[in-house]
Design a protein around this ligand. Sequence first.
Ligand code: UT7
Length: 333
Amino acid sequence: MYKSKIIGTGHYVPDRIVTNSDLEEMMDTTDEWIVERTGVQERRWFEAGKDTVSNMGTRAAQRALENAGIEASELDFIVFATLSPEYYFPGCGVLVQDQLDLDTIGALDVRNQCSGFIYGLSVADQFIKTGMYKTILIIGSEIQSNIMDKSSNGRAIAVIFGDGAGAVVLQATEEEKGILSTHMHSQGKYASELTVKEPSTRHKEQILKRLIDGAKADIYPYMNGKFIFKHAVERFSEVINEALDQNGLKPSDLDMLIPHQANLRISQYIQRELGLADDKIWNNIQKYGNTTGASIPIALDEAQRAGKINDDDLVCLASFGSGLTWASALIRW
Ligand code: UT7
């Protein structure tokens, strides 16, 4: 059986930088509160007319392809993870297929929020292991700045999230390296603790009625912050240890942990739990905020380009988010 190896990484973030002091102008918040509770100092917001979820994904993909040293025409399949799709349908995967000028290869969209990238990586890994495909592009891309309430009512959420895209190219290898295992979990009974309910097919009639009545639709994200925080710290550690246990390894064997950038305090908690030194975890939430499905491939690309991930390193990706969903991938680089 083949193994799958990440042969290229890339990311794209919009040019528009929004600092905490910019947010102070829009809502009742302070730089001090945001930095202390989340670690975020600035984030990127998309530019209308320039950035879309699919074209940001394509730009990240082009950088990943260049980094891999291959042409788009060598791809066999595309996996696209997002919680902020461009349309109800079709999914963003086919839009990327067109933007990369590809012929008729398959494109799959994954809807697993903060865990979407690892879910997508896991699906691609199975295709490669069985020999069905040789080279697969996996993208995470999000535009969240235009679905948030940027008034004081939405401040607990609007200060955390940002826009961006990341991508990797996964390829079959006969070497004894690459993805060692992936682990995926969910708990739908807590679906309503972190959600955007509308617009949706479920509420369409109510939305139309409320629009006619002039009432407000329930269109902004809802997050039970403390509940999510508590579950995140437990599940992150659990799913990282699950990956290490399955491969007979320990936290001290890790060379790099790339956690989904949910909140700097969550990353620091996991780092302490696992006893990792500062150079064994990559955090960039300070610059980009929480970019949901894009945060892991963006961080992975940064760490890789900074020379922090080298041949034979043991790298762990881990996520937790809406669903609830959580997941990990253990990789021998
Ligand atoms: O990626 C998906 C997974 N998501 C996460 O993992 C996020 C998990 N949760 C969190 O990161 C944290 O719960 C938050 C950062 C969202 C909130 O931090 P917190 O320490 O749980 O704060 P809180 O919601 O309990 O709010 C504390 C206070 C409240 O005021 P009172 O009631 O104590 O007077 C809030 O109204 O802070 C207030 N507050 C703010 N103040 C200034 C909430 N948001 C803000 C804000 N600026 N932006």
